[in-house]
Design a protein. Sequence first.
Length: 327
Amino acid sequence: MKKLGKIVMTGKPMPEADAWIRERCEVVSWDELGVMPRPLLLEWLADADGLMSVGGQPVKVDAELLAHAPKLRVIAQSSVGYDNVDVAACTASGVPFGNTPGVLTEATADLTYLLVLSAARRLKESVAIVQEGRWTPTSPIPLGVDLFGKTLGMVGLGQIGSAVARRAMASGMNVIYHNRHRRSPQEENGAVYVGFAELLAQADFIVVLVPLNEDSRGLFGAAEFAKMKKTAFFINAARGAIVKTEELYAAVREGVIAGCALDVTDPEPIPADHPLLQLPNVFVTPHIGSATLETRNRMAMLAAENLILGLEKKPLKTCVNADINYR
Ligand code: DGY
């Protein structure tokens, strides 16, 4: 097969997508552990036609990177979030940028709901009792709280937020939400729109699923935690920097809120000796929202298709800046 051009891969995609790309492109790839060093990335991009951004910590795409890549025709990234990408700079350079929305919705909603359940049922403390040999016939067990009849407050009712809301309703929860724009009745599907302050005051579980941008950075801090119920749990499955970590730590430690469950942290990865992790009512998973075999395969294949379409100068399947003037 005639190769479509040279592409840079910043990590290892899932095997099927990797093979599919390699059949069609000449590939240089960063196969080491850790984030690809920036100077090497810029060097490799000098004569590259495409960039496939893979890995838990995606590389920063900005005007400097684009200036080092004069031949670049496409950037594809296997994630729905793209806070690492300066989309305006891509548009100004005439480079289409594709992400992978839709295909990870249900898997990410499952993990988010697992965080809700883990917080409610004090899973970390319960597992520790078993693991540490403290489970005896008479040992006291941690008592959790019911979900049935409680209120879930969704901050962000996009595709993933709606899928979490469905799960909560199946548990008999009331769902309220706050979003930049109020959703249509069909999209609300029974969730009730409220103002941000009202959501903070009413919800028993607050779940954050908004993209990280200049409006959402640091959205949750001491002032917001103070407005929540003392019995409320805070759940973040979006991006760590939406929360001021030190202020979350203080709020949980001092009993301002009942606890938190996080799939994302700031810093990320969070060091094992971070004080937040020492609290019994803080449950943390390592950014695994989309991490199932099927979902990661779908994400990698969608990113691969976007990459190839971009190299062929065709519209990407899922393009963030579709109405650009192509290079
Ligand atoms: C996403 O797709 O944005 C997930 O958070 C994985 O990075």
